[in-house]
Design a binder for this molecule. Structure first.
Ligand code: UD1
Ligand code: CA
Length: 482
């Protein structure tokens, strides 16, 4: 999207989030695996270029800036958080060059770009000084309420037919603390999302004070202020109230998280993915899954995970930032992180792929097998009770039960290189750095400390002794001593 001097976006994100009782700034709390502020920036970036997005930061400003710096947005500092009106006062210089500004709240994360566009177009069509996005949720408690203007109460209403019940004009926004008992019943709430024409906003911005029930410099007072200056203040309702709900408490955050996860599951199911009991699954917003894949109950697919077609992900598995090919089977209770799994591979049950694992086509990683920075070639198998760390396993090699790569000497990590078609017998330890060349055999129970040449058989264990008749002889000695 090209830079457009017509419209800048200001995202208010300086608040502490007192009601969360958290040491983390509110806008960095996550829903759907993504910080609230990232959700808002992503929506805003679909409407204007990041260079025209100004994020107001204050509480733990450096931490908030660092978290979203990669998006390319601009920042405005609000050193003391004196209220939402004060946040915009701090952005005065940043916004002066734009004809209009769209204000978003960093804690209203489900807002869709389509709704922002609709608000912006309505603002233009209405030639308003301030356009408020509103909603009518089931429970309006805590939100600012919209006091609509009586249709004939204002000279600028001349162009509206008298008595129009659905006048878009607004008299004021009244915060929860300032509601009169008559206003308690107003169901229409302020979403905290607005468009302002910059000139009248700047002309009156200095008039906002903390002389109100909130004892803060609040942006919501701008509605009545502009109205009394005979400027046009209008409101448009969001189609779905769920989209503009705020996250002020942990309970509200969790509710938004559930909404977002449900939406992601719906998106995937519409695209041909079967998700049994989607309410029990946690699938982050950016996850991609190809058609005909089946996801069993209680699965978590997190971060930027990508899963191919015709896979089966069985219950209690957690997959984070992984790429899986087609036809992959992940059996129950496996944990996969920052790893790749190629087509036709079988993982689990109870497998643990730690970061940097690359599981090749049709390879098997079975129960109680842990891998870390381990590359398994096509058809390689490690089926039982094994640790493979800093290891390469060539095509077709078989790693027996209980094999351990000893990759750590207490100071440094070392690499184990296993060639193609190698057979490593059960309960062997491979002390890295060490290489087992193609086609070699390792006898069970070996402790391998030296490289094994191609095609060789290595055995490194104490030789077995069987003493014939030893048990009977021992008993006879014991009997004689009685
Ligand atoms: C605000 C609105 C309320 C609306 C609700 C919608 C005000 C006074 N009230 O209430 O009418 O119904 O949002 O969700 O605006 N912030 C700053 N600097 C500050 C204070 C706040 O940047 O000095 C930021 C916060 O980080 C937050 C946003 O502004 O992202 C809104 O502030 P918050 O305190 O959550 O306002 P609400 O009480 O939810
Ligand atoms: Ca809020």
């Amino acid at each position: 999207m090209e830079s457009n001097a017509k419209l800048a976006v200001v995202i208010m994100a300086a608040g502490k989030g007192t009601r969360l009782k958290s040491s983390r700034p509110k806008v960095l709390h996550e829903i759907g695996g993504k910080p609230l502020l990232d959700c808002v920036i992503a929506a805003a970036s679909k409407v204007v270029a990041p260079a025209d997005i100004y994020v107001v930061v204050g509480h733990q400003a450096e931490r908030v800036k660092a978290a979203v710096a990669a998006t390319g947005v601009q920042f405005v500092e609000q050193a003391e958080q004196l209220g939402t009106g004060h946040a915009i006062q701090c952005a005065r210089e940043a916004i002066a060059g734009y004809e209009n500004i769209l204000v978003l709240s960093g804690d209203v994360p489900l807002i869709r770009p389509e709704t922002i566009e609709r608000l912006w177009q309505f603002h233009e069509a209405q030639q308003a000084a301030m356009t408020i996005l509103t909603a009518t949720p089931a429970d309006p408690t805590g939100y600012g309420r919209i006091v609509r203007a009586a249709p004939d109460s204002h000279p600028s209403d001349e162009d509206l037919s008298p008595g129009t019940p659905d006048s878009p004009e607004v008299e004021a926004i009244v915060e929860q603390k300032a509601l009169t008992s008559a206003q308690q019943s107003i169901g229409e709430i302020n979403s905290g999302i607005y468009v302002f024409r910059t000139a009248p906003l700047l002309a009156h911005l200095g008039q906002l004070t903390a002389d109100n029930a909130n004892r803060e410099v609040i942006l919501t007072d701008m509605a009545a202020l502009l109205r009394s200056a005979r400027q046009r203040v209008v409101a448009i309702g969001a189609a779905d109230a769920a989209e503009v709900l705020g996250a002020n408490t942990i309970a509200e955050l969790v509710a938004l998280d559930a909404t977002l996860h449900a939406a992601t599951a719906d998106r995937l199911m519409a695209a041909g993915v079967t998700i049994f009991r989607p309410d029990t699954c946690v699938i982050d917003a950016e996850v991609e899954v190809a058609p005909d894949t089946v996801i069993e109950p209680f699965v978590q697919l997190l971060g930027r995970t990508r899963i191919g077609a015709d896979c089966l992900i069985r219950s209690y598995t957690v997959i984070e930032n992984c790429a899986l090919g087609d036809n992959v089977l992940v059996r129950q209770s496996s944990v996969l992180a920052e790893s790749t799994v190629a087509d036709g591979a079988k993982i689990g049950p109870f497998a643990h792929l730690r970061p940097g694992s690359e599981i090749g086509e049709c390879a098997h990683v079975g129960n109680f097998v842990e891998t870390k920075k381990a590359k398994l070639g096509k058809g390689a198998k490690a089926n039982h009770l094994t640790y493979l760390g800093d290891t390469e396993v060539g095509e077709g090699s078989n790693i027996g039960a209980g094999v351990i790569t000893c990759n750590y000497d207490g100071v440094h990590k070392h690499v184990t290189r296993i060639g193609k078609d190698v057979f490593v017998g059960s309960d062997s330890t491979l002390v890295a750095p060490v290489a087992i060349e193609d086609g070699a055999y390792i006898g069970a129970g070996s402790c391998i400390t030296k490289d094994v040449p191609a095609g060789a058989m290595a055995v490194a264990r104490a030789r077995q002794i069987s003493k014939e008749g030893w048990v009977a002889a021992k008993r006879a000695r014991q009997d004689a001593q009685k």
